[in-house]
Design a protein around this ligand. Structure first.
Ligand SMILES: C[S@@+](CC[C@H](N)C(=O)[O-])C[C@H]1O[C@@H](n2cnc3c(N)ncnc32)[C@H](O)[C@@H]1O
Length: 254
């Protein structure tokens, strides 16, 4: 999919918080090598660089748009444009990190086995993924795209949500992990502006569907989604909008 770094950055504060919560729980003291999978514009990769100033750090992303932004700031980070589905470097890393990216990949049982194999002995796999796919922000996208007016154009693009239940990651990782720390947090996000939940999903889950439509159809689909989502997330008396958002965290010592 084509990413729009500006749209994604509109809620940078809310999107950064879970990354910081994940980093705070990583037990690695002096990892020599760190890879950030699905690094996007590198905002979080640069925080990894500050936390471990002496580590060799690589940011991997499939989007040229996101990596163009990442490269704009000098950071002593190696940026690589690769699809994580095909990522298979010869070396292992002391820290394999991924924030808000692996939900774009399917078949998590196979993916997590593959990622564990890229963690050096004594290293850490640290992952955060949204698990908000049952919330109206996301179910309304599916409902609308699967409706008679849109299904011919869009139903083929609908993905089953790939993120498993926390217990499933426990069962996958417990046989190979020395330590395992898995938790979920639901952030009560307080958003400002006009229909901010629609603006949020426009930067992520809605984008592949909008990208697939020609401009007039795109505008019609977006307008109907915005109408429905505004009803599901009404403004509070203070003019702000509450957007509860659930995220899953996994820190595995290998
Ligand atoms: C929501 S952004 C998160 C970016 C960054 N990790 C952060 O926390 O700000 C998701 C990123 O994952 C990347 N991505 C999604 N699927 C990918 C894949 N199969 N291979 C590589 N990158 C992928 C996207 O290009 C995008 O930059």
């Amino acid at each position: 999919m084509t990413w729009d770094p500006q749209q994604y950055a509109r809620f940078s504060g809310q999107r950064l918080r879970p990354a910081l919560d994940l980093i705070a729980r990583i037990p690695a003291e002096y990892p020599r090598t760190v890879v950030d999978l699905g690094c996007g514009t590198g905002n979080v990769t640069r925080i990894l660089r500050e936390r471990w100033p002496r580590a060799g750090i690589t940011g991997v992303d499939g989007s040229p748009q996101m990596l163009t932004e990442a490269r704009k700031l000098e950071s002593n980070i190696a940026w690589e444009q690769i699809d994580v589905a095909a990522w298979s470097p010869p070396e292992k890393f002391d820290l394999v990190f991924s924030n808000a990216a692996l939900h774009w990949l399917d078949d998590h049982p196979a993916l997590f086995v593959r990622l564990c194999a890229k963690v050096a002995a004594g290293g850490v796999l640290a992952v955060q993924m949204p698990r908000n796919f049952g919330a109206p922000s996301h179910t309304l996208i599916h409902e609308l795209a699967a409706s008679p007016a849109w299904r011919d154009a869009l139903a083929g693009l609908l993905r089953a949500q790939p993120v498993l239940a926390p217990e499933a990651y426990y069962r996958l990782l417990a046989p190979v992990a020395r330590t395992l720390d898995i938790w979920e947090t639901e952030y009560l996000q307080v958003l400002e502006g006009n229909n901010p939940v629609a603006e949020w999903t426009k930067g992520t889950w809605l984008a592949p569907l909008l990208n697939a439509l020609a401009p007039p159809a795109r505008a019609a689909f977006e307008a109907e989604y915005r109408r429905r989502v505004a009803q599901a997330y009404p403004r509070q008396p203070d003019g702000k909008t509450l957007f509860p958002f659930r995220r899953l965290f996994i820190v595995a010592g290998l």
